[in-house]
Design a protein around this ligand. Structure first.
Ligand SMILES: Cc1cc2nc3c(=O)[nH]c(=O)nc-3n(C[C@H](O)[C@H](O)[C@H](O)COP(=O)(O)OP(=O)(O)OC[C@H]3O[C@@H](n4cnc5c(N)ncnc54)[C@H](O)[C@@H]3O)c2cc1C
Length: 209
């Protein structure tokens, strides 16, 4: 084992919401977690920045303060333009198991907050750790670690690929996207608006198929 080798119980590749959340739960249960992120925080991510009550519940479960004074914008529901001229106004349902509000927060800030939360639970965050290939056990062919572009080696009995939609790590392990599934293309932009405090998230979307 060289000096550039880090050993952990679990390696999580990718510190987006998926990876950081997994790292929080694993570290919280006493596991030694190496959380590897190719970028460094704060970093941008294309997204609508809106969280439904289901996602909000997961944040509360992690012990994250989701109050407005902690920088979140609360909303009451969804306003959907689609299929007819008048919008559908859909308040979030009042359910015992979920909060009755959703949230908005820019991803640049949100993802950093989650990664820092994982560190607070005991995970080791490695930024600028661009995973380039898996390390395979020659006997079992199972993944037992990863190497990064700058030559570091991380080893663990479990490796979690949370490296996003196109998941290069999953591909390197032989998993490929299904060509019979549709592919979407998105463009995102921020702009100033007098309605940026609207308490309904607004969606303009027509999906006919
Ligand atoms: C236009 C658009 C709008 C959206 N709007 C919303 C919305 O309003 N609300 C909502 O809930 N969801 C929305 N989504 C979906 C949301 O963005 C994803 O569900 C979410 O980002 C998935 O999280 P993840 O952690 O799985 O992956 P990601 O957020 O993609 O994170 C993957 C992480 O892995 C890192 N990584 C990648 N490769 C490597 C590597 N080789 N080595 C190390 N690290 C690596 C990346 O840098 C990144 O930090 C939207 C998506 C798009 C495209």
């Amino acid at each position: 084992m060289g000096p550039d080798t880090v050993e952990a119980d679990v390696i999580v590749v990718g510190a987006g919401p998926g990876g950081s959340t997994a790292a929080c739960h694993l570290a919280d249960r006493g596991l030694n977690v190496a959380l590897l992120e190719k970028a460094s925080f704060p970093r941008e991510k294309v997204c609508g920045d809106g969280l439904t009550p289901r996602a909000t519940k997961q944040l509360i479960r992690l012990g994250i303060d989701t109050s407005e004074s902690a920088g979140w914008l609360h909303n009451k529901g969804l306003r959907v333009y689609g299929g007819r001229a008048e919008p559908f106004e859909l308040p979030w349902p009042e359910l015992g198991e979920f909060p009755s509000y959703g949230l908005v927060r820019p991803r640049a800030d949100f993802d950093q907050l989650l990664a820092s939360h994982a560190v607070g639970k005991g995970a080791d965050l490695y930024e600028n750790a661009n995973v380039t290939s898996p390390i395979l056990d020659s006997r079992t062919d199972r993944i037992v670690g990863v190497t990064t572009k700058d030559g570091r080696t991380f080893r663990a009995p479990f490796v979690l690929a949370a490296d996003g939609n196109s998941s290069p790590l999953a591909k390197s392990m032989g998993l490929f996207k299904r060509d019979d599934r549709p592919m979407g293309v998105a463009v995102r932009a921020y702009f100033t608006s007098p309605r940026d405090r609207d308490d309904y998230m607004e969606s303009w979307l027509e999906l006919w198929d």
